[in-house]
Ligand binder design. Structure first.
Ligand code: SF4
Length: 313
């Protein structure tokens, strides 16, 4: 295998930006590196070697091994767990290992890749969590849950954590047409990704969450005033985040101090989308693009859901 350019993790994250599940992008990059460095660019052929690749748990190793190498292992994702639980009327109290054993016993060992993909597809298209399409299901004659008339009782639904509401304040510092972005350090879901200076009510009390504080604490700068630019809403792992975006007017020209970030960069509008950034940050970049390019944002800058009282920046 020859490779002209091996992308860095940051380049992989930039290409993946806005899709979520950034840990998967990092694992994909590390797994590709391990395949190149330790297996001479070829997928290892043993299940234990696959499991040892970064980011490869039982499911990924079985899916890749069965589809790419015909290894006889059942890939048990949420869809397959649901189909199997219904086929055998197994309650979730009996747990995942029992469902994995049953899925493995069902596996067609001559065509494990096709079997695994068929089971996943069945769960995604017919045996859905709600209102499964049993009358057209090829497994209907064998399905214990259907026989019992309790298809939606299997597997038992897990209690969902309550959604928490979070308020966030973000500050755009713009100097001569370029925007200040900060890079997060290692660790957490957004490791090494770029963002505008931001804080939320998980870090400070609602009353103390002001653009002045965000700017001073994250950059060491001050501003004459702050103009509201827009609002966005986003969801992240059971948190509903309401964001208010401000522009720092006449920010002090001093040196950037960034106690919580590992790097900063001044970015032009046309370069904003080349950096690794979360979907929520990309929404904010979109609000700022017109401001950076000198065009008037129209209509007023509010991103879903429906606007509430907003003064244009
Ligand atoms: S018969 Fe219904 S519940 Fe049973 S596997 Fe098929 S779609 Fe799922």
């Amino acid at each position: 295998m020859t490779t002209k350019h091996i992308p860095t993790e940051e380049e992989v994250l930039a290409a993946w930006s806005g899709l979520g599940y950034y840990r998967r992008a990092r694992s994909l990059k590390r797994a590709a590196d391990a395949i190149v460095d330790e297996h001479r660019g070829r997928l290892p052929k043993e299940m234990e070697q696959l499991r040892a690749l970064p980011g490869f748990g039982d499911y990924t190793a079985a899916a890749v091994g069965s589809i790419a190498l015909r290894l006889p292992f059942a890939a048990v994702d949420g869809n397959v767990r649901r189909v199997t639980a219904r086929l055998f009327a197994v309650s979730s109290r009996e747990g995942h290992p029992r469902l994995a054993d049953l899925a493995s016993a069902l596996l067609d060992r001559r065509r494990p890749g096709d079997w695994n993909q068929a089971m996943m597809e069945l769960g995604a298209t017919l045996c859905t969590p709600r209102e499964p399409r049993c009358p057209v299901c090829p497994l209907r004659r064998y399905c214990a849950a259907r026989e019992l008339g309790k298809v939606e009782s299997f597997p038992e639904p897990r209690p969902q954590p309550r959604t928490k509401h979070v308020d966030e304040v973000v500050v755009a510092v713009i100097r001569r047409g370029v925007l200040l972005l900060l890079q997060r350090g290692d660790g957490g879901s957004f490791s090494r990704m770029w963002e505008l200076p931001r804080m939320d009510t998980r870090e400070v009390g609602k009353r103390d969450l002001t653009p002045e504080r965000v700017l001073a604490e994250l950059t060491g700068l001050e501003a004459a005033s702050f103009a509201p630019i827009g609002r966005t809403e986003s969801t992240f792992t059971h948190h509903r985040i309401r964001t208010r975006l401000y522009r720092a007017e006449s920010p002090t020209p001093g040196r950037i101090r960034r106690p919580r970030h590992v790097a900063h960069r001044w970015v032009k509008a046309r370069d904003m989308n080349t950096l690794a950034a979360s979907k929520a940050q990309k929404k904010l970049f979109a609000l700022l693009r017109d401001t950076l390019t000198g065009r008037q944002a129209s209509p007023p800058a509010v991103v879903s859901p429906a606007p509430d009282s907003l003064r244009p920046g």
